[in-house]
Design a protein around this ligand. Structure first.
Ligand code: HEC
Length: 198
């Protein structure tokens, strides 16, 4: 088929789509979310922690909240977690051994993810119920118990993104910037020049 005919057909098809959209019936389902509803959902915190809310906490306060709201499932010392409930403390330097133990302390690359996850998903039986101060305190407690910060360290929007996690460099970038003539071999964080065929 010639290009002219093909593009004419495409134009007819697109016009048909546009008109069928214009005529689609109104189902009266759903409504535009309110600003407050959007704010309640818009709680993702990235690695740089730019979205962290005001508030602060430390490990001492976190230990009390942990005992009340988390120990039930994660165990009194946070090392007891079972298959489902996740071990929250331990696994230090185990990733390169024959029995790697992935915990937030040994495995997670960014401290800000602990805040994000606990705020959105924990406690499992009542997610979204913790205040920002409580989440900062619990994050501080978990970082302290994993030997990543000192007990009195205050954790807030300024200090949390600066906490360097032990496995920070253990992940390959998902998308290394590609350059023409290069490729990324399996299990390699770096691009390598493509070999020319003989
Ligand atoms: C009712 C049981 C329950 C309670 C209470 C609970 N958790 Fe959890 N927690 C879970 C389960 C189940 C998972 C695994 C969830 C998943 O993988 O989606 C989990 C996972 C986690 C993880 C991720 C672990 C990992 O390595 O992936 C963290 C961090 C965590 N919980 C923190 C907390 C904190 C802090 C509290 C207290 C505020 C808490 N949890 C209370 C059941 C619970």
């Amino acid at each position: 088929m010639q290009f002219g005919k093909l593009s004419a057909l495409a134009a007819v098809f697109l016009a048909a789509c546009a008109s069928s959209r214009a005529q689609s019936p109104k189902y009266n389902l759903g409504r535009t979310p309110t600003d407050e509803e959007i704010r309640a959902w818009d709680i993702s915190v990235g690695p740089e922690g730019k979205e962290l809310p005001p508030g602060s906490g430390n490990a001492v306060a976190g230990a009390k909240i942990y005992a009340e709201k988390c120990a039930l499932c994660h165990g009194p010392t946070a090392t007891e977690g079972k298959f489902l409930h996740g071990v929250l403390v331990g696994g230090k330097e185990s990733l390169t051994t024959l029995e790697p133990m992935k915990t937030i302390g040994s495995y997670w690359p960014y401290a800000t993810t602990i805040f994000d996850f606990v705020r959105r998903a924990m406690p499992f039986n009542n997610p979204g119920s913790l205040t920002a101060d409580e989440v900062y305190s619990l994050t501080a407690f978990l970082l302290y118990r994993n030997d990543i910060i000192e007990e009195p360290t205050v954790i807030d929007a300024m200090t949390l993104p600066k906490v360097r996690m032990p496995n920070r460099d253990g992940f390959f970038p998902a998308n290394p910037v590609w350059k023409p003539g290069y490729y990324q071999p399996y299990f390699s964080p770096q691009l390598e020049p493509r070999k020319k065929k003989q």
